[in-house]
Design a protein around this ligand. Sequence first.
Ligand SMILES: [Zn+2]
Length: 408
Amino acid sequence: MYDHRQLGRELQIFDTDPLIGAGMPYWLPAGAAIRHALEEYIRELERRAGYQHVYSPVLAKRELYELSGHWEHYRGGMYPPMELGSDEVVLRPSMCPHHAVMFRSRGHSYRELPLRIAELGGQYRSELSGVLGGLTRVRGMQLNDAHIFCTLEQAAGEAASALAMIRQAHQALGVEPARYRLSLASESAKYVGSARMWADATSMLRDVLAGSGISYEAEEGEAAFYGPKIDVQVADSAEREASIATVQIDFYQPERFGLEYIGPDGRKHRPVMVHRSIIGSAERAVGHLIDVNGGAFPPWLAPVQLVVLPVSEAQLPEADQLARQAIERGLRAEVASDGSLSARIRSHKLVPYLAVIGATEAAAGEASIRLRGGQRLPQLSVAEALARIDSQVRAHTTELWDAPRHAV
Ligand SMILES: [Zn+2]
């Protein structure tokens, strides 16, 4: 395993500055390219699964979090309120209250349920400076969050589908969970809601895990204040664990916000809220990926996917043209022409695809593709090489090439 804090800087993915402050990293162009690809993938996955995307403000009045229970039970993780005229506004510690308010803004029929609301948005945590570092402990993060408002009968199915999405996305990313954790309340700590709520939500989550064939460990004291959750845990190089994905069943916030829908009987019913995140925050996901892959990202996520290497200056026009065609197709490509060919190959060892163009290739309208790791493919026409790389990228796989490899 690698340490993303050091490597992230070396690879120019992110950095921090004392003047901005600890725990507030900025994303450099390579990091922004990764994050953009990641966000696009998640949005598309969610869109296909019937989620609707929204945006909500990162600030809200203190009263919102008093109603949600965050003010009382999560105060330690929240930023101090800011005075704004006669109001006090707070940086949000969570998106749940915002989405609950959005659901409440109009009436709903049971026919609309499950209603799946997703947002990739900022959320803030007043971490102490002692625990900050890199991308995994930060004071502000871009969270991949969603809330599914559904009937009691739909809740387990929605939680199971969310878990399946998590597994699909983690496979595309190359994330191997260290373990699945069923995070429960502890006897001693103070939690909200009735014992019945907790017991019902816990048994639903146990059924979901059993139905998915996932082995897990139950752990007391790790629940959210409003309900139990399934956490997908990953470990870093120091074997510190963190949650990278979560699925929660919540009966409490729908009650606090007085959420309702009209059932088939014409009466008002209370929906259940399923909270879920597939990759946690962009910060945590990218930090963990660097820890695991050392900067060798899957082709669809790599900041630069294709580097074109002209053997000599004479092939520069063909190299430029190939890079231009790749960019037009939506790939992230560039030309590297300074230095010896072997030095250029070495300095781009993390790039998934290198296209070498010498005199023979240039004359034939072809390129010699080298995969990350040194594998060399037979010469291909430029059109075919681009089509193959493009289809590999679109497949969202960690594999570089799906055809049998021909070593030279
Ligand atoms: Zn939530």
